[in-house]
Design a protein around this ligand. Structure first.
Ligand code: SAM
Length: 214
């Protein structure tokens, strides 16, 4: 998702109390519990888009701290606006490229990772940019606690098949795999729809989901 450049979005982000300043990000490893002021588990969504999923999750689970990560300022701005309408103490945002994720969290500091409707990067030569690729799984391996889980949803069957194939070479395995999440009443328990999930499921596309661990 890339929205039209919005004038002033960088300034709004720089001044927002909900966004961890970019200049301080590489000082953050090991300090996230201090940033939230409690010892609650930390769940992150990488590529959160406009933030609907993570905002709803944070509202429904006040016992968890959430961090939404988004590459583009114009998109992050929408998530900030949502927070201004309804402030939540257990939600923060980061504007960054997730390639640097292991520089922002200490080993094992994250308890769960969500990837929702990640960009497909269809060309083979761009496979390394896909968020469920083995290169990214190696980065997640560094920051996720040993028993931590990663959940991924998409309607893109090619991307999902790729993601499943990446698991074994990266040393991960699936606890759950569904090729039609919305017809799986057990996996749908507590499911929070993302913006893309709402749009594509309304078009009749089945939603794929896995939950993986090492
Ligand atoms: N997760 C949302 C949803 O399901 O509605 C948004 C999905 S959108 C297709 C993917 C989002 O991931 C975009 O907003 C994009 O900017 C962001 N993104 C893609 N690659 C990223 C990266 N390397 N680091 C951070 N964000 C990224």
């Amino acid at each position: 998702m890339r929205l039209r450049n919005i004038t002033g979005s960088r300034e709004v982000i720089a001044e927002s109390p909900f966004v961890v300043p970019e200049a301080e990000l590489f000082d953050c490893p090991g300090t996230w519990h201090k940033i939230f002021g409690n010892d609650q588990p930390i769940h992150i969504e990488i590529g959160m888009g406009k933030g609907r999923f993570i905002h709803t999750m944070a509202k429904e689970h006040p016992e968890v701290n959430y961090i939404g990560i988004e590459k583009y300022s114009s998109v992050l701005l929408r998530a900030i606006q949502k927070m201004e309408e309804e402030e939540l103490p257990n939600l923060r945002f980061i504007r960054m490229d997730a390639e640097d994720i292991a520089k922002v969290f200490a080993p094992g500091e994250v308890d769960r990772i969500y990837l929702n409707f990640s960009d497909p990067w269809p060309k083979d030569r761009h496979a390394k940019r896909r968020l469920p690729s083995r290169e990214f799984l190696a980065r997640y391996d560094l920051i996720l606690q040993p028993d931590g889980l990663l959940e991924f949803k998409t309607d893109n069957r090619e991307l999902f098949d790729f993601a499943v194939e990446e698991l074994a070479p990266a040393g991960w395995h699936a606890q759950e795999v569904s090729y039609d999440l919305h017809r799986d009443s057990r996996l749908m328990e507590g499911n929070v729809m993302t913006e893309y999930e709402e749009k594509f499921s309304a078009m009749g596309n089945p939603i794929c989901k896995y939950i993986i661990c090492r």
